[in-house]
Design a protein around this ligand. Structure first.
Ligand SMILES: Cc1cc2nc3c(=O)[nH]c(=O)nc-3n(C[C@H](O)[C@H](O)[C@H](O)COP(=O)(O)OP(=O)(O)OC[C@H]3O[C@@H](n4cnc5c(N)ncnc54)[C@H](O)[C@@H]3O)c2cc1C
Length: 630
């Protein structure tokens, strides 16, 4: 179905096609089972080839070797993620994290000096934030950058063994320079986490004086990326090494910042690095698409069992097989359109003439939530696809093993998923604060706790709320209600609002006991994560439903509508215990949902091949012989 493929290609169709043609060339052919050292060199070679094609700096400003198109930078990353995932991660470390930190935290002097060399890969670099002792909690990292007024420079130092930089991509072998995050200290006063450009290797590739580098060694996956650990022993860098967009030290040793509040400064700085999360969400969708393309195509050619005397049956004709694969296809479409929206929001924020506080905060929240949702979805989907391909799926040559091993850690880097969902929940509480002017999230929790909506719903006997809801939906027809889009949207909104209000109520109860706000929130972290997940689901459904409604052509509209319904109903089915507990679904309605999911799968079965073909992954890039007849 060409119209579907065109829709998925989106606005950067030519770029996607150009990259896929490039990745289909023989020099990019997959080589499963390469020894680690050879694999790392091959990935570097591939990265250099992509840089030569001008794909490294698409998002950087044109005057510094880029094309000034932030969305194109992420679409390139998303497309490369159909290929080897070590390549995409190495690509992301160099051009997204290392280059992105210089672009977003530095000023013109850094852009002029470094960005063209980063974009061409003449200067391979690292993004050195995490320490052995501090991963998610970046605010408390311990590496120091002390200003020395005599030499007018900084001294970068690792105080203790657990303060070494850890897991740093590109550090073990290829990185020459690192953006190092450290506590900035001027004249005995701490100014919080800042970033500096620190050379770590000389022109021959040897560690510079005072720098000690170790290899992290073999990992569960992504073994084409050279992760390493770095220690600094009083390493001196000039004053201008400080990436000084949000904080600077003058030659006289005076610290200044456009954001005086240290906490706000810290979050603003980290917020500018949102690109990494958007990119990982996008890459996770590509990985899910690859896995589904393999499993569905295999399911359309592999036969097992059959009626006595008859032909054996195609795997995808089994209802269980449809039930496993097709809801995942539908959810992957939902994620694809969600990511497309996220990329557009990100590009808009990057090119906005002035910072639009609320829009930026919402972007950061959506990026955190979608990164978590898309990476969890990829992990689950790839596992399920491996099982759906039986023993064939376990062979390295058929790609699923690598997809599984390499995406596994997407749930952890660029922000651990649980930590990100907690961040999103806090941000959702803050949205109410913005609505009600100067309320902080503690006051917000009190407000939410008293919401009329929640008490109305809690007082409603099981099943009755659904009936109220259905009556509110015009044109309800018996037996078809469960497939109405309005009902799906109401269900998702109800769950999000209810969980958020419940979170407020629970936090308030703890606050009323005299417990501090930090602990009050943490005590209900599980509830907060559920609220955040419900919010992401709602965003995805709203977006998917919009795309389906706006689609041109009956056939396309119909296919997207069915996929969207399957996404919504399979999510409700998965959480039907909750919907029943909270009076949204009666037992009977719940059974209708289960039945409808099965029916939708059967409806989509004849289109299954087209649905995965529309992902547009060439065979040479998919690189899974299992998908080809023979
Ligand atoms: C392959 C790979 C590549 C990487 N590349 C880089 C790189 O190039 N540069 C870089 O700087 N870093 C890199 N990292 C580090 C990565 O960013 C960190 O691993 C990540 O931030 C998580 O930190 P952590 O591993 O210390 O886990 P922790 O923060 O210790 O988390 C461990 C567990 O505790 C839970 N947890 C933590 N805090 C809370 C909380 N408040 N509430 C509830 N639960 C909580 C988490 O959910 C998680 O399950 C890389 C990591 C990997 C695995």
């Amino acid at each position: 179905m060409q119209s579907l493929a065109r829709l998925l290609e989106g606005q950067h169709r030519d770029l996607r096609r150009r990259i896929l043609t490039l990745l289909s060339e023989r020099r990019f052919a997959a080589s499963p089972g390469l020894p680690r050292e050879e694999y790392r060199e091959l990935v570097l070679k591939w990265c250099r080839a992509l840089a030569r094609e001008g794909l490294g700096g698409l998002g950087y400003p044109a005057e510094f070797g880029g094309q000034g198109d932030p969305a194109a930078g992420i679409v390139a990353f998303q497309t490369i993620a159909f290929h080897d995932l070590s390549l995409v991660v190495k690509f992301g470390v160099q051009f997204g994290l290392f280059g992105g930190a210089i672009a977003n935290l530095g000023t013109e002097r850094h852009h002029v000096r470094y960005l063209p060399k980063v974009a061409s890969l003449a200067l391979p670099g690292c993004f050195a934030m995490t320490e052995t002792g501090h991963g998610s909690n970046v605010r408390d990292i311990r590496t120091t950058a002390r200003y020395d007024p005599k030499s007018r420079g900084f001294v970068v130092h690792t105080p203790n063994a657990e303060d070494r930089k850890d897991y740093i991509g590109n550090a073990a072998l290829h990185g020459r320079t690192a953006v190092v995050f450290a506590q900035l200290e001027v004249d005995g006063e701490r100014h919080g986490v800042h970033a500096l450009v620190v050379p770590i290797r000389d022109a021959r590739g040897n560690p510079r004086p005072g720098v000690r580098i170790e290899d992290c060694g073999d990992k569960l996956g992504l073994n084409g990326v050279d992760n390493g650990r770095i220690r600094f022993d009083h390493v001196r860098v000039p004053r201008t090494a400080l990436l000084n967009r949000f904080g600077d030290v003058g030659p006289d040793g005076t610290y200044s910042s456009p954001i005086p509040d240290p906490s706000k400064r810290f979050f603003t700085m980290l917020g500018t690095l949102v690109q990494g999360r958007v990119s990982i969400a996008a890459a996770s969708v590509s990985a899910s698409q690859s896995a589904l393309a393999i499993a569905v195509r295999y399911g359309l050619r592999r036969r097992q069992f059959g009626p006595p005397g008859g032909e054996e049956v195609l795997l995808l004709d089994y209802r269980t097989h449809q039930r496993r694969l097709l809801p995942a296809v539908a959810a992957t479409y939902a994620m694809h359109f969600g990511v497309e929206q996220l990329i557009a929001d990100y590009a808009r924020a990057q090119t906005a003439s002035k910072d639009q506080g609320k829009a930026r905060r919402q972007l950061e929240g959506f990026a955190a939530g979608l990164k978590a949702a898309a990476t969890w979805h990829a992990t689950e989907t790839i596992q399920m696809c491996r099982e759906a391909c039986g023993g064939q799926g376990y062979l390295a040559v058929n790609r699923l093993a690598a997809l599984k091993a390499d995406t596994e850690v997407f749930t952890t880097f660029e922000g651990d998923n649980t930590v990100l969902m907690l961040l999103l929940a806090r941000s959702l509480l803050t949205d109410y604060r913005v609505q009600f002017e100067d309320m902080d999230w503690v006051k917000t929790s009190r407000y939410l706790a008293g919401r009329v909506l929640s008490s109305l719903q809690e007082a409603t006997p099981a099943g009755a709320f659904l009936d109220v809801l259905f009556q509110a939906v015009p044109g309800r027809g018996e037996g078809t209600d469960v497939r109405r889009r309005e009902v799906h949207l109401e269900a998702f909104r109800f769950r999000e609002q209810h969980l958020l209000a419940g979170l407020g109520r629970r936090i308030k109860r703890v606050l009323d006991e005299g417990v501090g706000s930090y602990e009050a929130f943490e005590r209900h972290g599980d509830h907060a994560v559920a609220a955040a997940r419900a919010h992401v689901d709602l965003m995805l459904l709203e977006r998917f439903s919009q795309v389906a409604e706006r689609a041109r052509g009956e056939r396309l509209k119909d296919t997207l509508g069915t996929l969207c319904d399957l996404f919504a109903l399979s999510r409700i089915e998965r959480d039907r215990g909750w919907f029943q507990e909270h009076g949204f679904l009666s037992g009977g309605r719940s059974k209708e949902v289960v039945k409808a999911v099965g029916e939708l799968c059967a409806e989509l079965r004849p289109k299954a091949g087209d649905l995965v073909a529309a992902f547009g992954i060439p065979d040479a890039v998919l690189a899974a012989p299992i998908t080809v007849q023979g």
